[in-house]
Ligand binder design. Structure first.
Ligand code: DGY
Length: 334
């Protein structure tokens, strides 16, 4: 049953500014409260804004934990437009009977594009060369100027072989003739490995053999600093590291040290520990390409992500199955 036109529509907080067309869809079902200023709220500000709300539309930044749930007893659904949900305590939500959904699939190809672009840019020293050119330092062409690493034909190592990892593997194997190795908790079925020529290896083998290592695993306490000084020490000196997964998976201080000392040759980073703050050493290094968490940032993809969060919200409150619920066992909503 739709809530459209009913006197007591559920109250929905939109925690960040989103596309007007998605707001309009939601407005027919919910009474909306919107963070018009698009401020990154503190935990207390989020709790204050959520008072008397039945549901919240979140992104990657809003922390939903047991303390927030206790302070917002009316909350029944947390729907995120991101695929990663390390900002949401799923177990606490399930215990409290609060539905959680994320937004998988719709961002896979766009995020893989950015991962590939960062890997190419790092390997071919593109940011470094552009900064040098913009400073007016280009006087003449010379043979060894900005010589980097080849990507085509090199060994692509992927840590975390979910949907985005596989999309990167496809680009590498089919577009750039790369040899693909990967490490993941579970091995892909042979029918998925075969067309990519992808080979499951131990994490140590992955670190030692990859010319270009791309991190695409979800963040959890278990993956905190999955790549730190010890892991970087295993990598080839000419290797590059690309992180499009989450800050905290790489020990950024150790990475800066490895890049400064030539332990590895370059890095492409879209996510950072403690973002939007960055480890200051990363900003100083020439051999790192930095982007501000824009993996999924194409307009069609961000719109699809927001619409998927809206689909989940609308379904949760109108009795339909939310398409990408993470804890459907809490349904129907209390
Ligand atoms: C996600 O969806 O988890 C991304 O990091 C946001 O682009």
């Amino acid at each position: 049953m739709s809530h459209a036109g009913m006197p007591h529509r559920p109250r929905l907080l939109i925690a960040r500014r989103i596309f007007p067309e998605v707001l309009e869809r939601l407005r027919t079902h919910f009474e909306l409260r919107v963070n018009e200023a698009d401020a990154a709220w503190s935990a207390d500000e989020l709790i204050a804004a959520l008072q008397d709300c039945d549901a919240v539309f979140v992104t990657t930044g809003e922390r939903i934990d047991a303390a927030l749930l206790a302070a917002c007893p009316r909350l029944r659904a947390v729907c995120s437009m991101a695929v990663g949900y390390n900002n949401i305590d799923l177990e606490a939500c399930t215990r409290a009977g609060v539905l959680v959904s994320n937004a998988p699939d719709v961002l896979t190809e766009t995020t893989a594009d950015l991962g590939f672009a960062l890997m190419l840019a790092a390997a071919r020293r593109m940011s470094e060369a552009e900064r040098w050119l913009r400073r007016g330092e280009w006087q003449r062409w010379s043979v060894e100027q900005f010589c980097g690493q080849d990507v085509h034909g090199a060994t692509l190592g992927i840590l975390g072989m979910g949907r985005i990892g596989q999309a990167i593997a496809r680009r590498g194997a089919l577009g750039f003739g790369m040899r693909v190795i990967y490490h993941n908790r579970s091995r892909l079925p042979a029918a998925q490995e075969a067309p990519l020529g992808a080979r499951w290896v131990s994490k140590l083998e992955l670190l030692r053999e990859a010319d270009h290592l791309v991190l695409v695993l979800p963040y959890s306490p278990a993956s905190h600093h999955a790549v730190g000084a010890a892991e970087l020490a295993q990598m080839k000196p000419g290797a590059t590291l690309t992180n499009i997964a989450r800050g905290g998976i790489v020990d950024d201080a150790a990475l800066a040290e490895a890049l400064r000392g030539g332990r590895i040759t370059a890095a492409g980073l879209d996510v950072f520990e403690g973002e939007p703050a960055l480890h200051p050493a990363l900003l100083e290094l020439p051999n790192v390409v930095l982007t501000p968490h824009i993996g999924s940032a194409s307009r069609p993809t961000r719109l699809a992500m927001a619409n998927l969060a809206a689909d989940n919200l609308i379904a949760a409150f109108t009795g339909g199955p939310p398409p990408t619920a993470l804890n459907p066992q809490v349904l129907p909503l209390r």
